[in-house]
Design a protein around this ligand. Sequence first.
Ligand SMILES: Nc1ncnc2c1ncn2[C@@H]1O[C@H](COP(=O)(O)OP(=O)(O)OP(=O)(O)O)[C@@H](O)[C@H]1O
Length: 233
Amino acid sequence: MLKINKLHKSYPIGDSSLHVLKGIDLSVESGEMVAIMGSSGSGKSTLLNIIGMLDEADEGDYILDNVPIKNLTEKKAAIYRNRFLGFIFQSFNLINYKNALDNVALPLYYQGLKRKERIEKGLFHLEKVGLKAWAEHLPSELSGGQKQRVAIARALAADPKLLLADEPTGALDTTTSYEIMAFLQQLNDEGKTILIVTHEEDIADMCKRIVRLVDGVIMEDKFVEQVRASQYV
Ligand SMILES: Nc1ncnc2c1ncn2[C@@H]1O[C@H](COP(=O)(O)OP(=O)(O)OP(=O)(O)O)[C@@H](O)[C@H]1O
């Protein structure tokens, strides 16, 4: 699914620079569910943003679905990102003035689907996250867990091969976090490849593999026995 080789990333800070990723090697196979852990500032989001083609590495190779990313033009990269990747964020990133259905259907607009198809697909994915009855509600009328479910439905709408989640449970209480993790595990059981950045050990234990970053270097990369979130909800 993806292969990263000797990846480096620095940010300019005044006259000097901050070396954030220091030679990352990482391979992820189709069907995996991987937690990326590490303390604040260790480079987790930077790595996820590069994997998500939202940012570029300074050095190293990144191959996604057999395509070397650094050779893509900006236009091709955008098309590839929309077709291949789904994103879930800690703060949901829903559009506040659009209802749940329109939020979910929006990525389909950029894929060129007609309104009827967008609505059908949007409702299908809202049903998948258990929120079809909430289609016409605005984000402000939904709980945190419901907002994250809408965000997951939106991420799934374009049928991405890889789902990238940056602290998806960071803004949720424990029970709601486990509900969201149970849902992500179900998606993974159905074959979706998922990468989750998290601070929380209990959330990482619900993945199949844990990659631990320390100061921009992978210090640990292990497969674990996956704790099923459904037993807590
Ligand atoms: N655009 C940027 N410009 C300058 N420095 C940045 C930028 N983005 C991140 N950094 C710095 O790079 C380092 C790594 O940031 P990153 O967000 O990847 O860490 P993280 O492990 O995800 O942390 P957290 O858990 O707090 O989100 C931090 O010191 C951060 O301040």
